[in-house]
Ligand binder design. Structure first.
Ligand SMILES: CC(C)(COP(=O)(O)OP(=O)(O)OC[C@H]1O[C@@H](n2cnc3c(N)ncnc32)[C@H](O)[C@@H]1OP(=O)(O)O)[C@@H](O)C(=O)NCCC(=O)NCCS
Length: 134
């Protein structure tokens, strides 16, 4: 799991119970994972295709700092799949776990399009940038 973006939880991120609003967290994850898919595939046109079961493990509070972790799982012809965990940066308490988030490379008409990447090319890129299997 590679932990990338950090977020400070502010008043506008809270729900009616004064804990982190789940929709806001999913927005952050979707954006972060989308950027990760673009960098892995070297394509700018990717869309979120599928998000598996979501486990909101623990709540988070205002002033907490959280970090978004992503792990490469698999690559297909037009798709790429990651796992995700978000945790408190200091206590390491888990806040959310998502088994699989799938992104699909699309053409200008929004149809799925082969991205041309393979497991080997992804691994080679990771080795060159010192991030192995992440
Ligand atoms: C993404 C989209 C173009 C894919 O269309 P599609 O007809 O399913 O395309 P394909 O059948 O060619 O499948 C494309 C890839 O998605 C994968 N896929 C399709 N349905 C899937 C599912 N339910 N779960 C996981 N992967 C899935 C396929 O396995 C395929 O992967 P591969 O090429 O690596 O083997 C279409 O579903 C779409 O436009 N969805 C809306 C995307 C969007 O707007 N997202 C933003 C949030 S609303």
């Amino acid at each position: 799991m590679k932990f990338l973006t950090r977020k400070l939880i502010k008043p506008e991120d809270l729900n009616a119970n004064n804990t982190l609003f789940g929709g806001k967290l999913l927005k952050w994850i979707d954006e972060e994972a989308g950027i990760y898919a673009m960098t892995k595939l070297g394509c700018a046109q990717v869309v979120t295709k599928f998000i598996s079961e979501i486990d909101f493990v623990n709540s988070a509070s205002q002033a907490d700092v959280i970090e978004i972790g992503l792990q490469f799982i698999s690559i297909g012809k037009s798709s790429i799949t990651f796992g995700c965990e978000v945790r408190n940066i200091f206590t390491k308490k888990s806040i959310i776990k998502i088994e699989r988030i799938v992104f699909v490379n699309v053409d200008d008409e929004g149809r799925s399009k082969p991205h041309g990447k393979t497991l080997a090319s992804i691994k080679e890129k990771a080795t060159h940038s010192s991030e192995i299997n992440n």
